[in-house]
Design a binder for this molecule. Structure first.
Ligand SMILES: C[S@@+](CC[C@H](N)C(=O)[O-])C[C@H]1O[C@@H](n2cnc3c(N)ncnc32)[C@H](O)[C@@H]1O
Length: 256
């Protein structure tokens, strides 16, 4: 065993291996064990030492490869037996990443830990589109919401009335299964169906696709373009397609 038991919860960013912190790279290079999610850049695993144990705990939507309880157990077990564990999570570990459950498990096991933040999908999608999520005069709030319930089967139970009237940029994670329901709930509660909306698939990767539209038609546009997970829905005046750089608009026009 190398050193004391320690778990680093590390943000792997949205998919581009260059969108990670120097601290993330350092932790990977010093790891005895890496336990990683499905949505992480594969190139990052090559940063781990050749003798590090690499464990794929990836979960596909609706199909759990490894249960949360098993991951929690592994974190404590490997930290005690091997030393430095890197728990590599897509985007930022603290955003829809089940970080709290894993921290609880590590704490209960008496193992020290740290969190190394990462670039979350929302900021990666905004960056690619040249979008300021809190553009002055357009949005005084940024809401990161989940589009699906805990089990990943239905739409999340959210305060749709509040979301409909918030002077905010709304970003929905995991929106694809319930895209029609989300956009209908927002317009039914009074949000303007002409409000700009974007869906960004695989933000921050070479396969990124952007579909631009309005709240009232974005779901249909995504169906036509066969957009799938992982993707984000962004809604609000800040995401007006006019502000999206030329390359992205060109891609969008081809999709529409
Ligand atoms: C379980 S959440 C994890 C979010 C992650 N912790 C983060 O900060 O980005 C998974 C969801 O994040 C979104 N997501 C993650 N990576 C993405 C990407 N590269 N492009 C678009 N959406 C992404 C999708 O909505 C996906 O279904």
């Amino acid at each position: 065993m190398n050193g004391r038991p320690f778990v680093s919860f590390v943000g792997a960013g949205p998919g581009d291996p260059e969108l990670v912190t120097l601290k993330a790279l350092r932790r990977l290079r010093e790891a005895d064990v890496v336990i990683h999610d499905r949505l992480i850049p594969a190139a990052l695993l090559a940063e781990a030492p050749a003798d590090a144990e690499i464990i794929d705990a990836g979960k596909a939507p609706g199909r759990h490869c490894m249960g949360q309880a098993q991951i929690n157990w592994l974190l404590v077990d490997r930290a005690r037996r091997r030393g430095r564990v890197v728990r590599l999570k897509g985007g930022d570990p603290a955003i829809f990443g089940r970080l709290a459950e894993e921290i609880d498990a590590v704490r209960a096991g008496g193992v020290d830990f740290e969190v190394v933040p990462g670039v979350t999908a929302a900021t990666a999608a905004a960056a690619r589109g040249g979008i300021s999520l809190t553009a002055r005069g357009h949005a005084s709030m940024l809401v990161l919401a989940t589009g699906s319930d805990h089990a990943g089967r239905g739409v999340a139970a959210l305060d749709w009335e509040l979301l409909a009237r918030a002077e905010a940029t709304l970003v929905f994670y995991m929106p694809m299964q319930g895209l029609d329901s989300i956009t209908t709930a927002l317009t039914a509660m009074g949000r303007d169906h002409r409000e700009p909306a974007l869906v960004v698939e695989r933000a921050g990767t070479p396969d990124e696709r952007v579909v631009a539209g309005r709240l009232g038609d974005i779901a249909a546009r995504c169906r036509e373009a066969c957009v799938g997970a992982p993707a984000l829905l962004l809604v609000g005046p800040t995401v007006d397609a006019a502000s999206v750089p030329l390359a992205v608009r060109h891609l969008t026009a081809a999709q529409a």
